[in-house]
Design a protein around this ligand. Structure first.
Ligand code: F3S
Length: 753
């Protein structure tokens, strides 16, 4: 499945590229820098980029997409006119499977309910040379780790936990669908040169401590924002002592501290994992360029000279942590949980323990958890809480079944859900959750925000390692410290749990009957894409119309948004997510969360055609039907939040021509440009105050649209008075071409035919 030629190419170029970069940087390089500088886009000039400041064009090696985000990404990609993706890409069906009864049953239900989405993803994958991982094959990040991640590589994925692949020494970054489309269409991928945080691990994990505790501890130190805009690079003897999958767990939850990604250098445990997962050839190739799959020695001698921040953690002192509730950075060592839980009034009774997910379902994780589960039976203990397992892949599930672990879990009442996200993404039909009762659950996932797992805002979810989840589920108490506390068994005897034990890799090797992979057609040109005209969830995209070359005139104000207007305000999530593959249907959420500056209400704006007030999408649809262009006015940092491209596509689809704001969040500004919209800023921020509810706008000099040249806007008020204001923009030549062509994809398509 993995692309050996691609890896050969990366490794054959790596030493020379690193050498060139080192000449320019004139200093020793960290591992992350070596990967970044060896993945510059062809047209990007090599320079010593300023970390945290310069925007740089990169050329990632791979793209991975999960089924929820892949829909809009692929709908757009279809419009690029490309015959196949420019880099190897995969689709993984993992987010849409609800955990209810048990794996097989739930998978059957999901295949039924999501048939049209799966059929669509399968047909597009088949047509454009994309690897397709069927529902039930596993969770994107575990499947990527087992098959595609490789040291020294760079990938992007349409899911925040793409960063998991850092465990195998890859720079792997979570992005929005629009970025995936760019890379699949052969365009550059832009990223602000990340800052670097170095975390030195000394010592060795002992007792109940697991790799998960490293990141739970780091989350406590850095908090959910501390890693923002940075790559976290782990190093030191402690790093080498961890398994590759343990490294994956640590990198996975780098997303929880906001890090761009996290990474470990290539070492023996990564080599062992590559070999165990059928990639001995990759390991051999990696061994040939070992020096460049690690930082230069000088970096480790004086890390504070090369990283923006350095943290040191002694693994030998690390004790198990239980983080939560409601936020993953609230770190409590288990020895302190008794007092902290009581102080905060957290329910002490654990009602459910859940292990698995993309974060923690390696063979090592499962075997260590099973070693605890086994003791329950041997020591005559009755498991107090419910217990479930969501394996990360079919390969893991098959192997742990073969090795008897599933049977062990079932003996303590464990339920095995499908190899999918399930409860981790709220796809959990938890009986009674609707009652909203205060309760505690413990899981080995990564996120624990309110309502995430079961929709109940009163569920206190705590994150910990799989072995700790198992111990707490058996004890049924959040404050149970297995290192010191005893439990009473069914004979009334006090018993103590022994330390968890497990195998880093299966001694009999991994095994699987059907991994769930479907290779694309060798020639996909004849493959039909499956989308029903009647579908409510999917809609093929039409190319947006090119600019007519005229100044936009007679445009009406749709909304003047007041204050914070994030991508959530522009395109809400929640129940709307089911329409993410249907642009027209999801457009009914356009700007419904934005506050109207004239009445301070949301989703209530004046329709200048009728003088009445109505919902934003409804008013905009009337303007569109009447052929009247519109303008959206916004405040500071408009479009902050996620990189969701829907926030730019919806106004484009409904006929908004320009978004004029005091300032933009950069990703959203770029997304607007890609969709062929005008994203402009007031040259004088106070001009925001000039905009009235009944205004009409005329662009005076759009025909002269050029890089670095201000645009002029005439604002006509109802009393006949006019203001002429200046607008700034950041469009370069190419982005102006996107605007003229109607979208970036239109331009690519023109170039492809
Ligand atoms: Fe899925 Fe949860 Fe991971 S949603 S990809 S298992 S973070």
């Amino acid at each position: 499945m993995f692309d050996l030629d691609l890896i050969k190419k990366v490794y054959s170029e790596l030493p020379e590229r690193v050498k060139k970069a080192k000449n320019v940087l004139n200093k020793p390089m960290t591992y992350a820098e070596k990967i970044l500088y060896s993945h510059l886009f062809a047209a990007q000039e090599l320079a010593a980029f300023n970390r945290g400041a310069d925007y740089v064009d990169f050329a990632p090696d791979r793209v991975a997409m999960q089924d929820a985000t892949a829909q809009m990404a692929l709908l757009q990609f279809i419009n690029s006119g490309k015959k196949t993706t420019a880099v190897p890409s995969t689709v993984h069906c993992d987010h849409l499977i609800q955990a209810q009864v048990e794996g097989k049953t739930d998978l059957g239900v999901a295949k039924d309910i999501n048939k049209e989405v799966y059929d669509f993803l399968e047909s597009v994958s088949n047509k454009y040379g994309i690897g397709f991982w069927k529902p039930g094959a596993g969770i994107i990040h575990q499947v990527v780790l087992e098959n595609y991640a490789f040291p020294g590589g760079m990938m992007i994925g349409t899911d925040s936990h793409t960063v998991n692949a850092g465990g195998l020494g890859m720079v792997a970054i979570g992005v929005g669908g629009a970025d995936a489309v760019d890379v699949m269409a052969g365009m550059a991928w832009e990223l602000k040169m990340p800052k670097l945080i170095g975390i030195k691990l000394t010592g060795k994990l002992t007792g109940w401590a697991a790799p998960k505790d490293v990141i739970l501890k780091v989350a406590g130190i850095l908090t959910v924002k501390g890693g923002t805009g940075a790559i976290i690079e782990y190093f030191g003897e402690g790093a080498k002592s961890l398994s590759a999958t343990g490294k994956g767990t640590i990198c996975n939850m780098g997303a929880e501290v906001g890090a761009t990604t996290s990474i470990f250098a290539y070492d023996e445990s990564i080599e062992r994992y590559l070999k165990a997962t059928g990639r001995a050839q990759v390991a051999e190739l990696a061994n040939g360029v070992k020096a460049d799959l690690d930082a230069d020695a000088e970096v480790y001698e004086n890390p504070e000279l090369y990283y923006d921040e350095v943290i040191e953690i002694n693994l030998s002192d690390l004790e198990p942590h239980v983080n939560g509730p409601f936020t993953p950075d609230r770190a409590t060592p288990i020895s302190r949980m008794k007092e902290v839980a009581v102080e905060n009034g957290w329910p002490l009774e654990v009602s459910v323990g859940l292990i698995g997910s993309c974060t923690n379902s390696s063979y090592e994780d499962i075997s260590r958890a099973a070693s605890i589960a086994k003791q329950a039976e041997e020591k005559g203990l009755i498991t107090k809480a419910e217990y479930s397992i969501t394996p990360g892949s079919e390969q893991v599930r098959y192997t742990i079944e073969r090795d008897g672990f599933i049977e062990t879990f079932e003996k303590i009442g464990g339920k095995v859900f499908a190899n999918a996200c399930g409860p981790c993404i709220g796809q959990w039909a938890r009986p009674g959750a609707e009652k909203g009762e205060k309760n505690t659950i413990v899981h080995s996932f990564n996120r624990n925000f309110s309502k995430r797992a079961d929709g109940n805002p009163n569920t206190h979810a705590f994150v910990t390692s799989p072995e700790m989840v198992t111990a707490l589920a058996i004890a049924g108490r959040l404050d149970f410290n297995p290192a010191t506390d005893t439990l009473t068994n069914k004979n009334g005897e006090e018993v103590k749990l022994d330390l968890p034990v497990g195998d880093e890799l299966p001694t009999k090797g991994f095994e699987v009957e059907d991994a769930g992979f479907q290779a694309p057609a060798a020639d996909g040109s004849g493959v039909e894409i499956s989308v029903s005209e009647e579908s409510k969830r999917l809609q093929l995209l039409y190319p947006f119309a090119a600019w007519d070359g005229q100044n936009i005139t007679g445009a009406k104000l749709l909304i003047k948004a007041l204050g914070k207007c994030t991508t959530d305000h522009i395109s809400m999530a929640g129940p709307w997510l089911r329409f993410r593959g249907h642009l027209d249907n999801i457009s009914n959420n356009m700007l419904i969360g934005a506050v109207n500056a004239f009445n301070s209400e949301t989703n209530k704006v004046k329709n200048q055609l009728t003088g009445t007030y109505d919902a934003v999408p409804a008013v905009q649809r009337e303007y569109k039907a009447a052929g009247i262009p519109t303008v959206v006015i916004g405040d500071q940092n408009y479009g902050e939040g996620s990189s969701r491209e829907h926030a730019a596509m919806e106004p484009r689809h409904l006929g908004v021509k320009a978004v004029i704001v005091k300032s933009f969040a950069r990703i959203h500004e770029t997304n607007l440009k890609k969709q062929g919209m005008l994203g402009l800023t007031f040259a004088n921020e106070n001009d925001y105050d000039l905009i009235q509810e009944d205004d009409t706008f005329n662009f005076v000099d759009l025909v002269e649209f050029a890089p670095g040249k201000q645009l002029t806007l005439e604002v006509v008020h109802t009393d006949g008075s006019k203001d002429t204001i200046k607008l700034n923009h950041t469009y370069n030549e190419q982005q102006i071409d996107w605007f003229k062509a109607g979208s970036a994809l239109n331009l690519i398509r023109e170039q492809n035919v």
